[in-house]
Design a protein around this ligand. Structure first.
Ligand code: C2E
Ligand code: CA
Ligand code: CA
Length: 572
């Protein structure tokens, strides 16, 4: 079947133009052409849309550079192929530098159609990449469900407001739908989503001008309000009243319970993180006491005293061998082959039982103790890697690092020492870092990261999609892999926005030559979906839960029996 092609021919000779049209016809194109030979005609012809331009090099009434310039200033991507009698290589190179897409000689018109085919393909590639980049950029700052600002945008907005406040009072509010779990369970997630949307709209309606409402995560909204406690209390009441209007879903009137926690600037904190933290403490205390809203008060912090005690115990715990590592496999989606193991720390606390990292790592991260934890983890994981190698499994091992670890300039040398002692090649070690780790202090983290990467260690960006960094920023980093955060994957099949993020991330990651891993794969459904989207690797409960080393060895042996195959060592 003939393909229609809109071709603008910039050429002074009618015969030459005719030859081009014939060549196109021979190549299977039905071309709609127009020939121009002056700058004015060229300018006029550009009010129409074209698929491609064939530009003669030598014209008496139009300079080729002038024409090229004009064509490359168009707001859309229009490929230009220079057609000419023989010109020198140098001249051709110069034209390409100015934006010409290809150059063919009049004596060799057989190249015309293949060149056009290729240029059209590349235009389409560029268009798709751009679209993916745009949708990621949009999604980087918006919540797909409510179209409100997301937590990234909110953080940026609040940081700016705070820096410009000049000490004027503001209040941070977290507005929480307290019974969303019940709503989801009884009416289903779809209706739960509708409730979230509905609340977003209600709150927006009662906001003063220039206040930014954001959806922080799940059932939390964030809001930074100019003014003091009185203003905030009034607004909180307004919000609560407006929510009392019945909301009807599928003939059922849904009772929505809203709770609001508030923290004041500058008394309770003078940065976004602290204010959100304290508003959250106020929120929890409000939920516990059954009130509808509460301001932060230091008496609500009793938990933090327990935290300090825990920190003291942890220092001793490392010496007493109370920390342990569990491992969770990563597989290659296409083949099912195991391509890595992620080490996840646990604390066998003598009184409190097995503590997950969430209960102590965030505390430790604020102190220098995290470097000790990292050293312990790295050494332990590398030893395990050596043990598996001896058992015949050459499996790369991934270790999670925190912000402070990437500010410890001794880290690369320590790692080199560990690897050498355990006779383990650096490409078997992978370091997982979250975006926030890099953003916290890029001037220190970046050089360190480069050194580690140059040593042959693989670098992976963890929890991708939850932080602040854009793809554009990632391009500058020495990394091998991005891991799409599990929140996107667990709802991949249910939430369109998450599916878009996942798809765009996979496309862009692959375009950048990175491995893309999806974490949080909880069922076959998600794994199948990822296969369709072309995701490289997967990890999650469906494949295996994190398990102690012995169980993992067992798991590997079982899997070998069902699915014999080589371990694949990453090399992208
Ligand atoms: P992460 O690096 O994103 O690790 C993945 C977490 O998701 C693990 O929780 C894992 O058990 C859990 N997970 C794995 N598959 C699934 C799934 O299919 N569904 C769901 N819902 N969850 C899944 P864990 O072990 O509690 O670790 C939590 C976080 O603690 C880690 O998140 C990591 O950021 C941090 N962490 C763990 N070990 C270390 C460590 O040695 N050092 C540092 N600095 N941080 C660590
Ligand atoms: Ca991780
Ligand atoms: Ca993660």
């Amino acid at each position: 079947m003939e393909k229609t092609l809109r071709v603008l021919i910039v050429e002074d000779s009618e015969d030459a133009a005719e030859l081009l049209t014939l060549e196109l016809k021979r190549g299977g194109y039905h071309s709609i052409t127009q020939r121009v030979e002056t700058d004015d005609d060229l300018a006029a012809s550009l009010s129409k849309e074209w698929d491609i331009v064939l530009l003669d090099y030598n014209m008496p009434r139009l300079n080729v550079m002038t024409a090229l310039n004009r064509l490359k200033q168009l707001p859309y991507d229009l490929p230009v192929i220079i057609v000419s009698a023989a010109i020198g290589e140098e001249r051709a190179a110069e034209l390409m530098k100015l934006g010409a897409n290809d150059y063919i000689r009049k004596g060799n018109l057989a190249r015309l159609v293949p060149s056009i085919d290729r240029e059209l393909r590349e235009v389409e590639d560029r268009r798709q990449r751009k679209a993916a980049e745009n949708s990621l950029n949009y999604l980087a700052y918006h919540d797909p469900l409510t179209s409100l600002a997301n937590h990234n945008a909110f953080h940026l907005h609040c940081a700016k407001e705070i820096s410009q406040a000049g000490g004027k009072a503001m209040v941070m509010l977290i507005i929480n739908i307290n019974n969303i779990r019940d709503i989801n369970n009884t009416l289903g997630y779809k209706n739960g989503d509708l409730v979230v949307k509905h609340i977003g709209k209600l709150v927006e309606n009662v906001l003063p001008d220039n206040a930014l409402l954001a959806r922080l995560r799940g059932n939390d909204f964030g809001l930074l309000l100019k003014g003091g406690a009185d203003t905030a209390a009034l607004l909180a009441q307004k919000i609560l009243t407006s929510v009392q209007q019945p909301f009807v879903l599928e003939t059922l009137s849904v009772d929505i319970e809203i709770v609001i926690g508030m923290a004041q600037f500058p008394e309770d904190g003078n940065d976004v993180g602290t204010l959100l933290g304290k508003a959250n403490i106020a929120l929890q205390s409000s939920i516990r006491s059954g009130t509808e809203y509460a301001f932060y008060a230091s008496s609500q912090d009793t938990v933090s005293r327990e935290h300090i005690a825990l920190l003291g115990e942890l220092r001793a715990a490392i010496g007493k061998n109370e920390l342990m590592l569990m491992y969770q496999p990563k597989i290659e989606v296409r083949t099912g082959h195991v391509i890595g193991m992620e080490a996840l720390v646990r604390w066998r606390h003598p009184q409190q039982g097995l503590l997950p990292p969430g209960q102590f790592i965030p505390l430790v991260e604020r102190t220098g103790l995290i470097n000790l934890v990292a050293q312990w983890t790295l050494w332990e994981a590398i030893l395990q890697c050596q043990a598996w190698q001896k058992a015949g499994y050459k499996i790369p091992i991934a270790v999670n690092l925190s912000t402070r670890n990437l500010q410890d300039i001794n880290l690369p040398e320590q790692i080199r020492g560990f690897l050498e002692t355990a006779e383990t090649p650096p490409h078997l070690l992978e370091l997982e870092i979250t975006e926030s780790v890099l953003m916290a202090d890029p001037s220190r983290a970046l050089p360190l990261l480069k050194r580690l990467h140059e040593m042959g260690i693989n670098i992976s960006i963890d929890d991708f999609g939850t932080g602040y960094s854009s793809m554009a920023y990632l391009k500058q980093l020495p990394i091998n892999e991005i891991k799409i955060d599990k929140t996107f994957i667990t709802s991949l099949m249910r939430n369109h926005g998450d599916a878009v993020i996942t798809r765009s991330t996979i496309d862009l990651g692959r375009n950048m030559g990175l491995f893309v891993t999806a974490e949080g794969v909880e069922d076959q459904h998600a794994l199948d979906g990822l296969m369709v989207l072309g995701c490289d690797r997967a990890q999650g409960y469906h494949i295996s839960r994190p398990a102690p080393p012995n169980d993992i060895l067992q798991w590997l042996q079982n899997r070998d029996r069902e699915l014999p195959g080589e371990m694949i060592i990453p090399s992208r």
